[in-house]
Ligand binder design. Sequence first.
Ligand SMILES: NC(=O)c1ccc[n+]([C@@H]2O[C@H](COP(=O)([O-])OP(=O)(O)OC[C@H]3O[C@@H](n4cnc5c(N)ncnc54)[C@H](OP(=O)(O)O)[C@@H]3O)[C@@H](O)[C@H]2O)c1
Length: 401
Amino acid sequence: MASSSVRALRRGASACQAQALDFLVRGLPASRGVLDPYLDQHESSSGVRHAFNLATRGGTPLVVKTAGGLSAATGFIVTIFGSTGMLGRAVVNNLAKIGAQCMIPYRGLEDKPRHLKVMGDLGQIVPFVCNIRDDDAIRAAIAKSNVVINLIGREYETRNYGFEEVNIDIAQRIARISKEHGGIVRYIHTSCVGADENSPSKQHRTKALGEEAVRQEFPEATIMRPASMFGYHDKFLNRFATKAKFWPNVPTFFDGKTKVQPVCVLDVAAAFLAAVKEKEGIHVGKVYELGGPDVYTIHELLLWMFEVLREKPRIINIPLPLAEAVSRVREFFFKRVPVPLPQLWPCYRHYIDSLKVDQVVSPDALTFEELGIKPRPLGGLATEYLFYYREGGPHMGQFRL
Ligand SMILES: NC(=O)c1ccc[n+]([C@@H]2O[C@H](COP(=O)([O-])OP(=O)(O)OC[C@H]3O[C@@H](n4cnc5c(N)ncnc54)[C@H](OP(=O)(O)O)[C@@H]3O)[C@@H](O)[C@H]2O)c1
């Protein structure tokens, strides 16, 4: 212990206060164990301030401890990559609610993370621009953190980013730099149900390789594999419902026989929170497959959706050769023309390939149950957003004219 903290102890300060002082004076502590955010949460009844109120690096306090809840500082300083997406929105909200400080690296316009700022107290949500191809930018993004969550992913390739780069290279880079950091006590990586090196879908193949790369760099990483997520901002039910509204029929492949296990985004975010908050490290190094309570074929799902929309089902099966021909034309021009091409959903390769195998939780996988969460079924509040696609407005059928 440094002489400054010995002097502080003699003056009657607690051991933790002494360690905090030690840390402030010397920068990094001799053992990072003293900055464990799991020591004590936001119970402030003891009135003691702990060393984990301080940044793990840099030597200056980032936040102060307060009474609990949103305004508390629980000692979790979490960098969330990919937080501007659908899942990120729910994950940041959950973390902010327990008083974690959220570092929000983002790309593009400064309005991108605007909706996240209001989820926490002043200074609790910290957005900053980050170039994910730059190691130093990632180092800066995680410098003060003790938890890292990587949510980066896309279900299609763009002209600038292919699946290999997004799902493997970026995942590996973040994991490697987090390991180098030395003070990351929880690392959570996001993959997807169906991630398999032998999958017909390139997205699922690269997700599997990405998991492997992350495990090599950061063996303690917890890997979350959500199934298709539904929620207010999803690109799953919203997409089907948009087609139901504007197209004569909703297209499917393989007669809609592919099985899916839709899961609510709020339940997936709850799983992330459980993995961060858990004190004993029982989720460390494990893979969780997060699916909803029910399995549907795409056809059944569409029938359910049309029922919610209060319309007669209009579903059309697209012959595979036709869809593949369209997708091949798009692929040919994809990087040959100087402008982004429309996705031509559903006739693009990755979507078609992903429907060739069922996207359901494997029987021997760890699931929500091990995380202590009961996932909610389709319907109710979680899918009320579909009402807005009703032909006669959201309240159609509720009033007599
Ligand atoms: N949605 C699902 O049904 C589903 C199912 C299984 C697994 N997952 C996985 O769960 C994670 C989150 O899904 P989501 O639905 O929240 O996705 P999303 O809404 O598309 O958001 C993806 C996030 O990743 C970021 N991102 C994507 N490509 C990037 C790149 N090249 N460089 C930097 N940032 C990039 C996006 O940033 P920008 O906003 O700047 O683009 C956004 O913040 C992903 O890894 C996804 O693969 C999703």
